[in-house]
Write a protein that binds this ligand. Structure first.
Ligand SMILES: [Zn+2]
Length: 384
């Protein structure tokens, strides 16, 4: 097995230590991290990479994305920026384009987006279905997603298709569609929102998924106050995502349950809704993750650094909290303990920043700072 020492790291954020290490080194053996510590104490290795005094962080864990789709909704975005409201029904436009696309078209589109993410430091990504909304199209969406990640999520309950009775559709999602999709999925999800699915329907979907071994996560409280966050806490879901409109009871339920609140600020950026209040959640003891929610309607960004910059500027997070939420926090939101942290035995997912510290991710918003990415020990998207 080839070993590599990444040395002369000016600032190493491990998420395994109280604060970043300085003048540090990391030894990688095969796909795993073998050693972390001061550069002067680093053991010998077959190969050496000099970080040149720059910062190294764990690869981002983007725990929420919708990459399997076709079509473009730039005109809808432009209309929204001209004052038209965002409604959940816009998803149906993407459904029509996705159904019309071939498997090859969907696969190459996902490949392009995953590469785009990796070049910006993302080394673990969750991908949902949800633009097929038929047994055939949901199952093939998940089969496409599975080629890129083991973190696949069945989101048949994204929106009720046009001209379909809602309760008949829930029966389809929890019956034949679940049966066809479960072999390709690790998670089940529902969009609990006005215009999508109510809390009772979401509960039915999540319980049906649990019965066949899928773990639950939920889209909730994105556009309005509602029951979704409390449902997620009650069911003990790993994560509930969006959490933009929260009552004090919702925040208390999250703190008590340990369900992770995944905040998706790309959505509020793209819909001009108010940003979720990360500070309020953190101060209440809620674990917060940050993710891109990359999708063609409400958040067409693949950039976790962009989300970190917004979280720091608009959501009350410190740069260190936002970075934790996008690495170790994302890993927790996926129930993973092998990624999001740089420590011996973990997967060697590392990002070299063209900056002396990780604070630059928020301090220099919009600037491409990722100089190198290692995914499971393999160099990927290294640019200098
Ligand atoms: Zn989403």
């Amino acid at each position: 097995m080839i070993s590599t020492v990444l040395t002369n790291i000016g600032e190493l954020t491990t998420q395994d230590h109280e604060r970043p290490l300085t003048d540090a080194a990391v030894v990688v053996e095969g796909s795993r991290i073998a050693w972390v510590g001061p550069a002067v104490e680093a053991p010998a290795a077959d190969e050496q990479v000099d970080a040149g005094g720059r910062a190294v962080i764990p690869g981002f864990v983007d725990s929420h994305s919708h990459l399997v789709f076709a079509g473009d909704r730039a005109a809808e975005f432009a209309a929204r920026m001209a004052g038209e409201p965002y409604a959940a029904g816009g998803i149906r436009t993407t459904v029509a384009a996705t159904r019309a696309a071939s498997d090859e078209q969907l696969t190459s589109h996902v490949a392009r987006l995953v590469a785009e993410m990796r070049a910006q430091g993302t080394t673990t990504v969750e991908i949902k279905s949800g633009y097929g909304l038929s047994v055939h199209d949901e199952a093939r969406s998940l089969a496409v997603a599975r080629q890129f990640t083991e973190e696949t999520t069945f989101l048949g309950a994204h929106v009720v298709p046009a001209d379909t009775d809602p309760s008949a559709y829930v029966d389809l999602v929890t019956g034949p569609m679940l049966e066809a999709c479960a072999p390709h999925a690790r998670w089940i999800d529902a969009f609990c929102e006005d215009g999508a699915f109510d809390a009772d329907q979401a509960r039915t979907v999540l319980q049906a998924g649990a019965a066949v071994g899928l773990r639950g996560r939920l889209h909730a409280n994105q556009l309005t106050y509602g029951e979704g966050v409390r449902l997620a806490a009650e069911l003990g879901l790993t994560a509930v995502d969006h959490c933009t409109y929260l009552t004090d009871a919702d925040v208390a339920a999250l703190a008590d349950s340990g369900t992770i609140a995944t905040l998706l600020p790309g959505v509020e950026f793209s819909t001009r809704h108010p940003y979720p209040d990360a500070r309020r959640l953190l101060d209440a003891g809620v674990t917060v993750a940050l993710a891109s929610d990359c999708n063609p309607g409400s958040s067409f960004t693949s950039s976790v650094p962009f989300c970190i910059a917004i979280a720091v500027r608009e959501m009350g997070m410190t740069p260190a909290e936002a970075l934790w939420a996008a690495t170790a926090g994302g890993a927790r939101a996926l129930g993973r303990d092998d990624v999001g942290v740089i420590a011996p035995g973990r997967r060697a997912d590392l990002v070299l920043l063209d900056a002396p510290s990780a604070v630059h991710l928020a301090y220099r918003p919009g600037v491409p700072l990722v100089a190198g990415v290692w995914q499971a020990g393999r160099p990927a998207a290294v640019t200098g």
